[in-house]
Design a protein around this ligand. Structure first.
Ligand code: SIN
Length: 292
């Protein structure tokens, strides 16, 4: 299905094809390992406003090339998480179930990724886009899902939208590890990432559209009794996860997927034989702006 509006704004030789009504498009005609022009960057930015998930197939990228492509969209984010050997994630880091010797491991940090989340929401200034490049993919499964929280917000009953006005959620690295059953935050991490508060409904700075903003990093709704807060979070999370808002990306080697964290939740699916097949993706995250 072609989306004529956006196709016409794509500078030659780029083409854009809508692949899901949940806000997903495929872009062709670009080699992301090479520098791209300001016009092309502008076209990708424009496309993201309409399609918060963009897929580029057949991209062969080194880490340096991924960093260069990512820097077109802003400043690269550092990471608080630790690799399986205890070292800090580099800016372009690898999500993998292989250890340094190339053996399959049960990667503790991956657990958190199996829950709906939006990247770095435990920061005062969370992520704008995340970019994943698939290096090695299992023969089936190992998918990533994206839930469009702008569509999910739009579909809420008016009474619930009214109830959400002015509510804020506390996002906390410590809580997110507890919520996901991942190994507890270290004392250093607790110091480095104190809890932050964001609106439960955020307004996209570029489109002006509202989207639900929550996920596994949320500990509770500010100034709300804990049972009510837990029940509201569960209700909204269930609503967001409905099939009509969700796109499942079935990875191919050399796919690049970039997404706008400001109006999406995402999660990895443990729907493959994790102890049998490698799943290796390089990841970059671009710093966004404080939610409002
Ligand atoms: C992420 O949560 O950023 C990564 C998702 C994935 O591994 O598919």
């Amino acid at each position: 299905m072609q989306n004529n509006l956006t196709v016409h704004t794509m500078p030659h030789p780029i083409s854009l094809e809508e692949v899901s009504p949940t806000g997903v498009a495929k872009i062709e005609g670009l080699d992301l390992s090479q520098p791209i022009s300001a016009k092309q960057v502008g076209a990708i930015r424009q496309a993201l406003l309409q399609f918060p998930v963009l897929v580029f197939r057949g991209q062969s990228l080194s880490k340096e090339q991924q960093a260069k492509f990512s820097e077109n969209f802003g400043e690269l984010e550092g990471h608080i998480g630790k690799l399986s050997d205890g070292s800090t994630f580099p800016t372009v880091h690898t999500l993998t179930n292989l250890n340094a010797e190339g053996n399959l491991i049960n990667m503790d940090v991956a657990k958190l990724n199996y829950f709906w989340h939006t990247d770095k929401s435990y920061h005062a200034v969370p992520a704008f886009v995340t970019i994943l490049h698939a290096l090695e993919i299992p023969p089936s499964g190992g998918d990533t899902q994206f839930a469009n929280t702008r569509l999910a917000y739009d579909a809420l009953p008016t009474a619930l939208k009214t109830r959400l006005v002015g509510l804020k959620a506390v996002h906390d690295w410590v809580a997110s590890r507890l919520n996901s059953g991942t190994s507890p935050a270290t004392e250093d991490q607790k110091q480095a990432r104190p809890p932050v508060t964001h609106p439960l409904v955020r307004t996209h700075p570029d489109t002006g559209k509202k989207a639900l903003y929550l996920g596994v990093h949320v500990s509770h709704i500010d100034n709300m009794a804990s049972a009510e807060s837990a029940s509201l979070i569960a209700e909204l999370t269930e609503h967001i996860g409905q099939e009509r808002f969700v796109y499942t990306h079935c990875w191919r080697k050399d796919d690049v997927v970039m997404w706008d964290n400001r109006c999406l939740l995402h999660r990895a699916l443990p729907n493959y034989e994790i102890a049998r097949y490698p799943r290796v993706l390089n990841r970059t995250v671009i710093i966004g702006s404080a939610p409002a």
